[in-house]
Write a protein that binds this ligand. Structure first.
Ligand code: NAD
Length: 509
């Protein structure tokens, strides 16, 4: 396989240049604009990523456009064959990909490999593309007339992805897009861009033809060029809500199909009858895993009735056991935050909580490891109410808030009145209440005694309200629908002898 420019084991002290990938090879940027990439555990700059110009985006699109006709025409069995090889190569290299993720994002290696595994499930789903693209057929819809439906790819499509899942979220997009016969432009986060280049090399190795998968790096200039390019037919976006809204509005204004997944504030309701230990384990795992930098992280617990004091005590007891350290150390359970600025912003929510009337039960600033890394320990805030910033904002860090309410109805109202609607969970032993919650709650993904209900690959992922702009959820059956358009064929093979002029609207009876 092509040698990686940046082998993840060697932390070199020198700064690696991170280029675009266009037409099956690395292409250096010409804009003179670039951005730094850091190892969050050391605070050292390890890379400098090129930022694309409008012309470079156009070059990538033209390359993808040229690659489209033959990729689209490839038989389903050949495409499937390539996808099985993609699956095998990613599986074989999950350790390497994991190390790249840890060295640029900061998450612990086991979590990074878990991210690759969850992305790989989407690739596996796409290995079934011949089945997924099957149309329907109605024989004898009218006399001598058959009607059938087919789904066809859109052409060149683009994905714009966030920093927090630099391998998995791109897989949610490129796997169904390519499997359906589209060619793809990926614009990954400029904070941790190297996994995308590594993926490009694996896809090439697997037999994906040059030009079918391209990576362009950059900031708003690159994103705007994607949104405005007339040859890009669809845009998938995952990131924060303000940018998701911007991308959705501007992509659709240009006539593109768009799905834009945004931010979240995921509430976990704990009822008085819940198993306290199970709920506390779940809250700690779901709030502090990946340093809280997950769109499906639990950031707000809603404690109903007398459960609050017991639950907070159980969470507090577990917090000192969360080992914060370099993600490459197998003993670490939580790594640093992605950048210094983000760490400082997260810490400011903890600092401001007492002034807003909340209670800091555990202050993560006091337990941050020493060193130049972007460290912050885990924090627990109590008595948060909807008027407080720590409640309103998606903090996206290792900060868990607790709100206290008296009844189930008040708890559900909190969730339903929140502007976000990505995921939510309830912890209870009462099946009837759990079922009522599933009926009542306004969120796209619901967990019943499961804190992070990310759907398996054969369902689709997506939130409600400000967590998703557009109608289409990502991956799974909706992913296949998003990356294809339908065509219905009405066909007759008549006896020419029966042909006649008929000005009436076609009848089926
Ligand atoms: P972000 O919105 O800052 O960046 C996402 C992408 O948009 C990046 O590629 C970035 O380069 C680009 N971008 C940033 N600013 C832009 C601008 N002004 N104009 C155009 N493009 C711009 O998000 P992030 O900080 O990388 O990721 C964290 C966010 O992503 C959180 O809000 C999290 O909830 C969300 N997220 C959501 C999901 C989901 O499935 N709903 C999944 C993962 C992450």
């Amino acid at each position: 396989m092509t040698q990686l420019a940046q082998a993840p084991d060697e932390v070199r002290g020198e700064v690696t240049r991170i280029t675009h990938w266009i037409g099956g090879k690395r292409v250096e940027g010409t804009s003179g604009r670039s951005g730094p990439v850091f190892n969050p555990a050391t605070g050292q700059q390890t890379g400098e990523v090129d930022f694309a110009t409008v012309e470079e985006i156009d070059k990538a699109v033209q390359t993808a456009k040229e690659a489209f006709p033959s990729w689209r025409a490839l038989s389903l069995s050949r495409r499937t064959d390539i996808f099985f090889r993609v699956r095998r190569l990613i599986d074989e290299h999950r350790e390497d990909i994991g190390k790249i993720l840890t060295s640029e994002h900061g998450k612990v290696l086991s979590d990074a490999k878990g991210e690759v595994a969850r992305g790989l499930e989407v690739v596996e789903y796409c290995c079934g593309i011949p089945e997924l693209l099957k149309g329907s057929f109605s024989e004898q819809a009218s006399s001598g007339i058959d009607v059938y439906s087919i789904r066809q790819p859109l052409g060149v499509v683009a994905g714009i992805t966030p920093f927090n899942f630099p391998a998995m979220v791109p897989m949610w997009m490129w796997a169904p897009a390519l499997a359906c016969g589209n060619t793809f432009i990926l614009k990954p986060s400029e904070k941790d861009p190297s996994a995308s280049l590594y993926t490009a090399e694996l896809l090439k190795e697997a037999g994906v033809p040059d030009g079918v998968f391209n990576v362009v790096h950059g900031d708003k200039v690159a994103v705007d060029a994607i949104l405005e390019h007339p040859d890009i037919k669809a845009v998938s976006f995952v990131g924060s809500t303000p940018i998701a809204k911007y991308v959705y509005e501007n992509a659709t204004k240009q006539g593109k199909r768009a799905q834009a997944l945004g931010g979240a504030k995921n509430h976990m309701i704990v009822l008085p009858d819940a198993d306290i230990d199970m709920a506390a384990d779940a809250a700690v795992s779901a709030a502090y895993g990946s340093a809280g930098e997950r769109c499906m992280a639990i950031s707000q617990v809603v404690a109903v009735g007398e459960v609050a004091d017991k639950l907070i005590a159980a969470i507090k007891e577990r917090i000192p056991k969360v080992k914060v350290g370099n993600g490459m150390d197998p003993d670490s359970e939580m790594g640093p935050l992605v950048t210094r600025e983000h760490r400082d912003k997260v810490a400011s929510y903890v600092a401001n909580t007492p002034g807003e009337g909340g209670t800091v039960v555990v202050d993560g600033r006091e337990s941050a490891p020493e060193g130049d890394g972007f460290w912050l320990g885990v924090s627990l805030l109590d008595n948060l109410t909807p008027d407080m910033k720590a409640y309103q904002d998606e903090i996206f860090g290792p900060v868990l808030g607790v709100s206290r309410v008296d009844t189930y109805d008040e708890a559900v109202t909190l969730v339903n009145e929140n502007p976000y609607g990505n995921g939510t969970a309830i912890f209870t032993r009462d099946g009837g209440v759990a079922r009522q919650f599933q009926f009542d709650v306004q969120a796209g993904m619901v967990g019943i005694n499961v804190p992070i209900p990310v759907p398996v690959a054969y369902y689709s992922f997506g939130g409600w309200k400000a967590s998703l702009f557009g109608d289409s959820h990502i991956y799974g059956p909706e992913g296949i629908t998003f990356y294809t358009r339908g065509k219905v064929v009405t066909s007759r093979w008549p006896d020419p002898a029966t042909s006649k002029v008929d000005l009436g609207f076609p009848q089926t009876r």
